[in-house]
Design a protein around this ligand. Structure first.
Ligand code: ADP
Ligand code: MG
Length: 385
């Protein structure tokens, strides 16, 4: 789960990392309590690159603050991080402009390949860190973070040297990086990034931007962070899935996928792609899929108008294929589904399940295995479009 910049800054503040004061504006009438002469106005959306996309503006007078806020509130931002549908800014923050001497990058992430938490630091802040990593890898320092969220002294020395921090700035940087790593670890973050971290002409280090992502599976340990979830930043289907504890990600294709188990769901998407089709979503209805979850899964898939066909791929390990078949028949009848549905069942009570589908009189296409299922749904959808 992601949260907004201002919420991430709230977390940084709790860990004594200096951030500029900010005011959150959700409605224009809230501006009447603002008495700033100048402000940086920033849209709050779950995506970076706002500066380049026109979502960060400098307002040089109270009138400009009003005008710019009016323009940015409700703005839809589209870039490579948002997907083609874009995201809408329902809030903006106002901060006093900070004088910047130099911008740096500081972030902690989980490196899946190395199976490790790592700290990433760079002297090139304020820009796309992926681009820096590609063009100037020598300008990036990565350090492994060991549990329980502590850097070793020699790592901190190396960090300060790499960043060119000396004297009092090095003292501030030491505290800051220790607190960042502590926050990252204690809050079960998947990413905690400050870009840019700035040094002011008065030699103060301040976090001007903040990004925080948390592992959904750890949300139960952080109820205050769970409350920060902003449904406006997710699709309708993603919200429904979150509330019902299903994993759903909408994609750009037209073949809806309903699968139990994340690994099987990924394999299903791969095979569809391999056969020349495009999956419309990733959906894991869970290892213990029930009739209700199947029904709900169908509703989510059908809420996407792009969907031209559905592939159901259920492996009955714990669940009975008979029960799944009953679930499918029920939804197809209830929703009067007209688009092609290919079903591949395997496992417990598979014969009984297949028999039920056959006897139902519905136009459900049975598949013998996953490859057969993928071929059939791709062919069906190509016929429809
Ligand atoms: P994004 O990363 O989404 O583009 P940022 O918050 O990093 O958004 O803002 C983009 C740039 O705007 C920063 O790199 C910084 O140069 C400038 N900026 C942001 N906030 C302030 C501020 N309070 N004072 C001065 N400059 C700012
Ligand atoms: Mg930034």
């Amino acid at each position: 789960m992601n949260i907004h910049e201002y919420q991430a800054k709230e977390l940084l503040k709790r860990y004594h990392i200096p951030v500029p004061e900010y005011i959150v504006i959700r409605h224009l009438d809230e501006l009447k309590d603002v008495d700033l002469e100048e402000a940086v106005v920033k849209i709050q959306v779950h995506a970076g690159g706002r500066g380049k996309a026109g979502g960060v503006k400098f307002a040089k007078s109270p009138q400009e603050i009003k005008d710019i806020t009016r323009r940015l509130l409700g703005m839809k931002m589209c870039n490579n991080q948002t997907g083609p549908q874009g995201v809408v800014a329902n809030s903006v923050i106002l901060s006093k402009p900070v004088d910047i001497h130099k911008e740096y990058y500081l972030g902690a992430i989980i490196d899946r390949a190395k199976k490790q938490m790592i700290l990433i630091a760079s002297t090139e802040g304020g820009m796309d860190i992926e681009e820096v990593a590609e063009k100037h890898p020598e300008k990036i320092l990565t350090l492994p973070i060991s549990a329980p969220g502590k850097l070793r002294m020699y790592q901190i020395v190396a960090f300060n040297k790499f960043m060119g921090f000396k004297g009092d700035v090095a003292k501030q940087a030491t505290k800051l990086v220790q607190n960042l790593v502590k926050a990252f670890y204690e809050l079960d973050a998947s990413i905690l990034e400050i870009n840019p971290l700035v040094l002011t002409p008065g030699h103060q280090l301040i976090a001007l931007d903040a990004k925080f992502g948390i592992d959904d599976n750890a949300l139960f340990r952080h109820p205050l962070i769970a409350e920060m979830r902003d449904p406006s930043q997710y699709s309708k289907a993603e919200n429904a899935a979150f509330e019902n504890d299903l994993s759903y990600v909408s994609l750009e294709g037209n073949i809806g996928c309903m699968v139990n188990g994340a690994g099987l769901a990924m394999a299903t998407m791969d095979i569809i792609q391999h056969e020349g089709g495009k999956p419309a979503n990733f959906l894991d209805v869970g290892g213990s899929a029930t009739k209700e979850r199947i029904a709900f899964g169908f509703e989510m898939i059908l809420s996407d108008p792009q969907v031209k066909g559905i592939l159901v791929n259920i492996f009955g390990g714990i669940v009975s294929c008979k029960m799944i078949a009953e679930g499918i028949i029920h939804v197809v009848k209830e929703h009067k589904i007209k688009i092609p549905i290919v079903v591949r069942l395997e496992g417990t009570h598979v014969k009984e399940g297949e028999q039920l589908l056959e006897d139902s009189g519905l136009e459900i296409i049975a598949a013998v295995d996953l490859l057969d299922a993928a071929k059939k749904i791709v062919a069906q959808v190509q016929e429809v479009i």
